[in-house]
Design a binder for this molecule. Structure first.
Ligand code: PLP
Length: 499
């Protein structure tokens, strides 16, 4: 099979191998790495329907990361998708009602879908470093809207040759999410809250990545930055696997026959998850419509409807914090396809996004959006969805999945669909007990931790160890910094010794 090389969305002359792209995270001029050609995978559904999650993950990653040996891929896959997951299928496809199924991506160590990629990323980074003869320490710097932070910390804690620093928006994450992060153990970890929202955190990280002075300082210390955000192909490509797995499971469960199509709805923030579905479709997975679900932060809904991306709008904190985003980084990879992989055109659009907060597609470019549908759910609609689905189908949705469920139903009605609809279920309801229980009953005066018990009584779902272990764990990370201090904090961290 041919080698798959990666180029940058903003400079098409660049060619790097998969392992270089994984180590670097982001291309030097600020673009994102994308495969130069579409990898070829033989998708034999009659075989795949009996394959394990791990087998499918190995198949997909071998096709994208061609400079890794099959043995290296298998080692990464088996180290990631093991008993850390509380379900032996890793990502079970569960029927909610006729024609509607949930792809449960929350059975990993931090009970959100970020585990699907962040359990494997550290292994991919370590393997890539070895392949590139890189003897520098890798400094992972990550902005989080709540779930990436903990999943990345859990993945990289005490991994030799790495350090990890996580920035989260103070007040912008749930009590459980914050507690998960600030109790993180490990000699190579630091967690800071910033005064600002997720976009501020993400912008700060991007600026630091592109700060040449900082980079050379880092080099002197024998370190280099990498990213655990979903802009890294080491995070994005593992996510393609679960869409191929989903189709194999639909066949296995008798929901459809090989060749028949299905729809998928993805609760969307940074656009990584749904982009992975788009890539799976490109590889030949029969997905009809990619339904993009947003909360009140509906910049993507407007984009899909009008072809105009406009971040100049109010930012809202919602019950689905991991989707509270105004700039969806991975959308750049889709737009790159829409402009026929013309990196000059794309670079101009991204410049306009950073200068004016806006870019606009023309008519022809918009044709590329045909397989997408987008809509949004309000906070009331989310609460009502959690309540009705629990009452009618005894299935308890977390608020992110509820956004998706609401938009999935809206789509199914609009097109009078009778294809199977897969709702991507991105978090356990235990991660957001306040919003979930608040949708079901009066919760006045109760803490998140009391609500966890109540959720257990009401649903009968067992409480995940991810929650029980943080209940009385000591708080280890206490600092909150202003935006202007972020760079100093990073400098302090890179200069600090890990044991
Ligand atoms: C990160 C996250 C999302 C958004 O996923 P993107 O890949 O950023 O679009 C949705 N739900 C949950 C629970 C998440 O953690």
């Amino acid at each position: 099979m041919g080698q798959i090389l990666y180029t940058s969305t903003r400079d098409n002359r660049i060619r790097v191998s998969a392992s270089q792209a994984i180590l670097q995270g982001l291309s030097a001029e600020g673009g994102l790495f994308v495969p130069v050609e579409l990898p070829q995978i033989a998708l034999d559904w009659n075989t795949l329907k009996n394959a394990s999650y791990q087998e499918i993950a190995s198949l997909v990653l071998s096709a994208y990361f061609t400079d890794f040996t099959p043995e290296e891929i298998d080692l990464c896959v088996s180290a990631a998708y093991d008993a850390k997951f509380s379900h032996d299928q890793i990502a079970p496809l569960v029927k909610i009602k006729d024609k509607v199924l949930a792809l449960e991506l929350f059975h990993g160590p931090t009970i959100a879908f970020k585990d699907m990629a962040l359990t494997i990323l550290p292994h991919l980074v370590k393997t890539a470093a070895r392949k590139q003869n890189c003897d520098q320490d890798i400094v992972i710097l990550t902005a989080t809207s709540g779930d990436t932070g903990k999943a990345a910390l859990a993945g990289f804690a005490d991994v030799p040759g790495t350090k990890i620093m996580v920035l989260y928006p103070k007040g912008g994450v749930s009590e459980i999410q914050e507690r998960q992060m600030v109790t993180q153990l490990g000699d190579n970890v630091r967690v800071i809250a910033i005064e600002g929202n997720f976009d501020d955190a993400q912008t700060a990280v991007k600026e630091i990545f592109n700060d040449d002075q900082l980079k050379s300082q880092l080099e002197k210390l024998g370190q280099q930055f990498s990213s655990a955000n979903s802009i890294n192909i080491g995070r994005l490509m593992p996510q393609v696997a679960y869409y191929i797995w989903t189709y194999a499971q639909l066949i296995q469960q008798g929901e459809l026959q090989a060749g028949q199509a299905f729809d998928v709805t993805v609760p969307t923030g940074n656009f990584g998850n749904i982009l992975a579905a788009y890539y799976a479709k490109q590889l030949g997975t029969p997905i009809r419509t990619l339904v993009c679900a947003s909360n009140r932060n509906n910049v993507l809904v407007d984009f899909f409807k009008q072809g105009k991306y406009d971040r100049n709008r109010p930012f809202y904190l919602t019950s689905s914090p991991s989707m509270d985003i105004l700039v969806s980084s991975n959308l750049e990879r889709l737009v790159y396809e829409l402009v026929n992989k013309d990196s000059d055109v794309l670079a101009k659009m991204m410049q306009s996004l950073s200068d004016q907060g806006v870019y606009q597609l023309d008519r022809q470019q918009m044709n590329g959006l045909d397989s997408f549908y987008a809509n949004q759910a309000s906070e009331d609609q989310v609460a009502q969805t959690i309540r009705t689905v629990f009452e009618q189908d005894q299935y308890l949705l977390d608020p992110h999945t509820a956004v998706a469920y609401f938009v999935a139903e809206d789509y199914r009605q609009k097109v009078q669909s009778d294809l199977p609809m897969v709702v991507v279920s991105t978090a356990s309801p235990y991660k957001f007990p306040r919003s979930v229980m608040g949708a079901l009953e009066d919760i006045q005066g109760q803490s998140d931790f009391q609500l966890v018990d109540r959720l257990h009584q009401v649903s009968g779902l067992s409480i995940p160890t991810a929650v029980t272990t943080i209940l009385d764990a000591p708080i280890l990370h206490k600092s909150t910094v202003a935006k202007a201090q972020i760079k100093d904090e990073v400098l302090d961290f890179v200069a600090s010794k890990t044991k």
